[in-house]
Design a protein around this ligand. Structure first.
Ligand SMILES: N[C@@H](CCC(=O)N[C@@H](CS)C(=O)NCC(=O)O)C(=O)O
Length: 220
């Protein structure tokens, strides 16, 4: 069975979680405590030297990091894989866009505003910059999604899952998604797809803690 290392509340962790739930792929979930620095300690670094979640160890022991790469691997040859060569390239375009123009700004702004608000003041200037950059990215996404149902013409796919991961929690970064009506309509469509599960479903899912995980360290 696949093992997914994840963190509660993480938009990146939601991506492989949602993919496996929608595809009925069984997995075990191990929660790593980012706030207490567990991702940067020896036990987790021996699993994922990059010290980030999500991370996956497949049923046959292979290892994979980066949320969009994990989701892509899981979606290959399933109904969540875009159907044509062009649609696959377009999916990759928007997954890279998400990692370059959305996630690096929404995620830290949300972290300091909503997850560790006592540390907000110390990052006030950066937060303003992150919000501005996130809004630029959301504006581009909104323009693209006008008149479209999903990211590619193949319908709902791994590309939507990847872009949804942090876009849907932008309010936690005090970004008003009301400015992006096409993004809002698209997010609603994503939540209506068959078997959709949310961040709170992930937070409440049966899991074990990293401290109780008996995996053998093997960096790759
Ligand atoms: N590009 C990576 C980013 C992963 C990432 O930064 N994850 C955050 C949680 S959402 C994390 O692990 N933070 C803890 C740390 O960096 O120690 C991905 O998409 O998986």
């Amino acid at each position: 069975m696949n093992t997914l290392y994840a963190t509660r509340g993480s938009g990146n962790s939601l991506k492989p979680f949602l993919t496996m739930k929608q595809l009925d792929i069984p997995f075990r979930l191990v929660f790593v405590d980012v706030i207490n620095g567990e991702t940067r300690r020896e036990k987790y670094l021996a699993i994922n030297p990059a010290g980030t979640v999500p991370y996956m160890v497949t049923s046959d022991g292979r290892r994979l990091g980066e949320s969009n790469a994990i989701a892509w691997y899981l979606a290959e040859e399933t109904r969540l894989a875009p159907g044509t060569c062009y649609d696959r390239a377009q999916a990759l375009q928007w997954l890279f866009f998400e990692q370059g123009n959305l996630e690096p700004f929404i995620s830290p702004a949300r972290f300091f505003i909503s997850i560790v608000p006592h540390r907000r003041a110390e990052r006030a200037e950066e937060i303003a910059r992150w919000q501005a950059r996130a809004c630029q990215g959301l504006g581009i996404l909104d323009g693209y999604l006008r008149g479209r149902d999903f990211i590619t013409d193949s319908g709902y796919s791994v590309a939507d899952i990847g872009v949804f991961g942090y876009t849907h929690v932008a309010a936690g970064a005090e970004i008003d998604l009301g400015q992006y009506p096409a993004v809002q309509r698209w997010m609603q469509r994503v939540t209506e797809t068959s078997g959709f599960v949310s961040l709170s479903d992930m937070n409440d899912h049966a899991s074990i803690l990293l401290a109780d995980d008996g995996i053998q360290a093997h960096a790759s």
